[in-house]
Design a protein around this ligand. Structure first.
Ligand SMILES: [Zn+2]
Length: 562
């Protein structure tokens, strides 16, 4: 590292060590204001010279005017307001390439290194007065603390009466800093393409977390004192009953961001330390309901396309919750939808509205179950029926019957692999001869995170790795790659290294041999082996193809297929 002239490396080293709580060097002087008269006897002569900090102006910096600070703070992770004040720094703006930071001492190279380590991008320092930095930190991140007056820390304990006074809650929720904080969290969640925002109360703090590409990330912790205000603000926005805190509630928020309209489903749940609130962001514009954009490999896509054009029979999609089954089936509906076909769905819940398709929401409390809705639907003579999920014997029976009587039937099941869907239906007491005659195909699927395109980088393949994936593929890999891809982590992907998701698939086609295995009630392992012999790739094998193609990582495929 090249230090500008006039820098005292020892002094910087001490400052660096102090910041990280590291032991100070033996001869180091832990008193930053070096005073020669007191320490002179123990110190070497050199350090008796008082340290004069260099002037940033000599290095081309111009002092920022307080008015140059932006109105709203950028949302950055990794630095608490307290640390910002202690280090006399505050981030001003964030791009995927750099973070611009106001610093009281822009010549502090150690601090710049540290910040660049925290944000994992280049730091562009700007020079600002310490008072202006502290004022900005206060205004942006801490002014909220004053909401409840001038209580000291001892009285941070929540006042019970506050919880019972809706008027006071309403006032609190209307305070500008609270509105700003909530709006800020929502707009940041849209920036990083989070699917859910969790506000989780704990004994002494309120934790805010984002789910991005299926994985939860801590974003912020907020003072417990702000909890009633934030919770009430969210409930007001979602048109929920602000005074009701003992029962779970549901609501909706509509947000407009540019041209996009974002629908947010809000639910509250009372917990030990207050209401936990979850916001689920449904962004209609971003839902890609096309089979070709689901990440199906060419061979699977072409086989699947043939299956879904058949006049009748049953097609099942399996996988755990959140594996993208519904999206796949919606894409199928879009694909086969045409004016000459009547398509009806029974769902719980109806997640997206599809044009030209009759969608029914199950309501068990008024007797509208999957089974009863299905019976009604079949009287209306549909060509294609989608049942959100087969959960019970009754639904399974009606589904099989209608698939046998000229309807194309689609549904989902919670099984780990494709072959287990067959044995699951047999466990639900579906007759094997009926199942073997109606079933066309079963597709198992998982979602894997895609490597972030902004920070995608190659790395050399470790020794033994190719053997490992050859084993999982059950075949030698021809021309094994020397390099694979991963994401380093950048601002664009919230440091995760991943951005967006794609599917991995296992398509089990029912051929004559598998039909007879079903008839003989053979175990799922034998069925899977037979399908593999006929050319089926397992989920993991399909995933490894995507690893080799640089779309995702081996770790990611192992995470979702274990
Ligand atoms: Zn990235």
């Amino acid at each position: 590292m090249q230090l500008p002239a006039g820098f005292d490396i020892e002094k910087l080293n001490i400052r660096f060590r102090e910041m990280f709580g590291l032991p100070l060097p033996e001869n180091g002087n832990d008193n930053r204001e070096v005073s020669p008269s007191e320490n002179g006897t123990e110190d070497e002569a050199g350090s008796n010279t008082p340290f004069t900090p260099p002037d940033p102006a000599d290095f081309g910096f111009t002092l920022m005017d307080a008015g140059e600070f932006p109105e709203e703070p950028p949302m950055v992770e990794g630095l608490s307001p307290q640390t910002m004040k202690q280090w006399k720094v505050v981030p001003l703006s964030v791009t995927p390439e750099k973070v611009t930071v106001a610093m009281a001492d822009p010549l502090d190279l150690y601090l710049r290194e540290v910040l660049s380590g925290i944000f994992k991008v280049r730091i562009e320092p700007r020079w600002a007065e310490e008072e202006d930095i502290v004022a900005a930190v206060y205004r942006w991140y801490e002014a909220d603390v004053d909401l409840e007056g001038t209580e000291d820390e001892e009285t941070a304990e929540l006042d019970d009466s506050l919880w019972d006074d809706p008027e006071q809650l309403r006032d609190l929720a209307s305070e500008a800093p609270v509105i700003r904080l909530v709006n800020h969290v929502i707009s940041r969640s849209l920036e990083v393409k989070a699917s859910d925002i969790h506000f989780e109360p704990y004994r002494d703090q309120l934790k805010i977390r984002f789910r991005i590409d299926g994985v939860l990330h801590d974003v912020e912790t907020v003072s417990k004192r702000l909890q009633p205000a934030i919770t009430s603000r969210l409930k007001l926005m979602a048109k929920m009953n602000i005074a009701e805190m003992r029962l779970p509630q549901d609501g909706r928020i509509k947000v407009r961001e540019g041209k996009r309209e974002i629908d947010i489903r809000v639910s509250s749940l009372p917990t030990l330390f207050g209401e936990s609130i979850v916001l689920r962001l449904l962004n209609r514009d971003e839902v890609k309901l096309e089979l070709s954009s689901l990440g199906l490999s060419d061979d699977i896509l072409s086989n699947f396309e043939k299956i879904i054009q058949k006049p009748y029979g049953m097609v099942l999609v399996t996988g755990p919750t959140g594996s993208g089954k519904t999206t796949t089936l919606y894409a199928v509906m879009n694909r086969i939808n045409s004016p000459d076909k009547k398509i009806v769905t029974v769902e719980d819940p109806v997640e997206y509205q599809l044009d030209g398709i009759n969608q029914i929401q199950v309501k068990p409390d008024i007797g509208l179950t999957f089974a009863s809705s299905l019976r009604t639907i079949l009287r209306q003579d549909p060509d294609v029926v989608l049942i959100g999920e087969i959960r019970d014997t009754e639904t399974a029976e009606i589904a099989v019957q209608s698939a046998l009587t000229g309807h194309l039937m689609f549904s989902t099941l919670h099984t780990n692999d494709a072959a287990s869907a067959i044995t699951r239906l047999q466990e639900m007491e579906i007759e094997s001869y009926l199942l073997s005659s109606c079933l066309l195909a079963v597709m198992a699927q998982r979602l894997v995170r895609r490597i972030c395109p902004h920070c995608r980088t190659q790395y050399p393949v470790k020794p033994g790795f190719i053997e490992e994936i050859s084993k999982a593929m059950g075949a030698e890999i021809e021309n094994p790659p020397e390099f694979l891809w991963k994401g380093r982590g950048c601002q664009a992907c919230a440091m995760t290294g991943y951005s967006g998701r794609t599917g991995i698939y296992e398509l089990l086609l029912i051929n004559d041999e598998i039909e007879s295995l079903i008839l003989n009630e053979t175990d799922s392992g034998t069925i899977a082996a037979s399908a593999q012999a006929a050319g089926m790739r397992t989920l993991r094998q399909d995933g490894i193809l995507k690893v080799l193609a640089g779309e995702t990582t081996f770790e990611e495929v192992m995470r979702v297929t274990n």
